[in-house]
Design a binder for this molecule. Structure first.
Ligand SMILES: *Cc1c(COP(=O)(O)O)cnc(C)c1O
Length: 393
């Protein structure tokens, strides 16, 4: 029985060829392909400027800096997110303040953000968790009312839409991830997008040690150029090898989204017939790319979350625990930014799991997952014990 992975990137000979051409060109660091990828990606996402980075984490770090977040500020983030969302706030010397999320979308809302607003809050990071678009308009209103910068963590969001537009459009600055766990991948990589030309220009400099002349410009100029370093910057560059791959992947994105949405539809058709499982769906205001297809194991299901993970594993299916909660990690233990309890975050992080969804998933693999879920749903309650499940199968 072959194992079904939870996620596999969709890569082919086109990516190999594009990367080979970059190698043959002799220019492998950040250069013309990166510029081309930035333009193509920002155009496809309805934003004026794109700044490619080494990851979404580094794009978020730059986003906080260009938005003017200062040491000692508070930045509201969901705890229910990959820990990078909270960590970047810590990088700039600010304090992440944790907001709870909506049970249906897994995202922060204007209400959950408003309820943890502190006098020192200067920015909000709204996440499109697992690809589900965050309800941005009410958050925009809240941020405008309190003069807060609105940063969107669209790490999982390429190909998701909000009110008919790509996610990220309504934020002041948005960060994207191209890690293989997301849809569009460059191995590692990220992008910052914004409509603010000054912020884009500063992010571009900060990405490259804050040099006022880029390495690519220096290299191509005939006369030696004297660069200067007006502030402390970073090396957060993307390579042209990655950008070449990104350009091919960007072209495949619509097809990836179509495939994942079809797989999600097929899951929902089966799950809607099983009691005790709740599943992620499109919110009324937008569409998900289903980067993560999660289900919540409810108390009336015969197995709990850990038992269902073991059940699926016994059938050769790699599911994963749902999104983590940053406030529960050692990095934020005893952290003063937990100003209110986070009941929805804790319920979701304790009871959800992520089912396999990937572009090349076959009908047969999909059927194996749904058959295993159906069998679990019909299992007698007295198998609620890990060893019993493993022993009986
Ligand atoms: C994956 C992810 C990140 C980090 O992305 P990297 O490109 O690996 O740095 C940040 N935020 C969220 C919500 C993510 O899912």
């Amino acid at each position: 029985m072959s194992r079904i992975s939870v996620m596999k990137p969709w890569l082919g000979p086109e990516e190999t060829e594009a990367v080979s051409r970059v190698i043959a060109s002799g220019w492998v660091a950040q250069g013309p392909r990166t510029v081309e990828f930035e333009r193509a990606f920002s155009t496809a996402h309805g934003v004026s400027h794109g700044v490619a980075t080494s990851s979404c984490t580094t794009a978020l770090h730059l986003a906080l800096l260009v938005a003017g977040v200062q040491p000692g500020d508070d930045v509201i983030v969901p705890s229910f997110s990959f820990i990078a969302t909270a960590n970047v706030v810590t990088y700039v010397g600010a304090r992440p303040v944790f907001a709870d999320v909506d049970l249906v979308t897994g995202n922060v809302t204007a209400e959950t953000l408003d309820s943890v607003l502190t006098p020192r809050t200067t920015a909000v990071i709204a996440v499109d968790q697992g690809g589900v678009p965050v309800d941005l308009d009410p958050i925009r209103t809240l941020c405008d009312r309190h003069s807060l910068a609105l940063i969107e963590d669209a790490a999982c969001g390429a190909g998701s839409t909000y009110r008919g537009f790509p996610v990220g459009v309504g934020a002041d600055v948005t960060a994207w991830s191209f890690h293989p766990r997301k849809l569009l991948t460059t191995g590692e990589g990220g992008m910052l997008t914004t409509d603010n030309p000054e912020w884009a220009a500063r992010a571009r400099r900060l990405r490259e040690h804050s040099m006022d002349v880029s390495a690519a410009e220096r290299h191509t100029s005939v006369l030696p150029v004297q660069e200067s370093y007006p502030e402390v910057g970073f090396n957060y560059r993307m390579t042209d090898l990655q950008a070449a791959m990104g350009l091919v992947q960007l072209g495949k994105l619509p097809e990836m989204v179509r495939r994942r949405r079809a797989l999600a539809d097929d899951y929902r058709a089966v799950l809607s017939t099983l009691a005790g499982l709740r599943y992620v769906t499109d919110p009324e205001y937008g569409t998900s790319n289903f980067q993560s297809f999660w289900i919540e194991v409810l108390p009336d299901f015969p197995l709990n979350r850990e038992e269902l993970l073991a059940w699926l594993a016994a059938d050769g299916i790699s599911a994963r625990r749902g999104i983590m909660a940053a406030h529960r990690q050692g990095a934020y233990a005893g952290h003063s930014g937990l100003v209110r309890p986070l009941p929805m975050t804790e319920r979701l992080t304790d009871n959800t799991l992520i089912l396999p969804v990937f572009h090349s998933m076959t009908e047969d693999e999909h059927r194996r997952v749904t058959a295993s879920l159906r069998a679990a749903a019909e299992s007698p309650r007295n198998t609620r014990n890990h060893s019993t499940i493993m022993g009986s199968r």
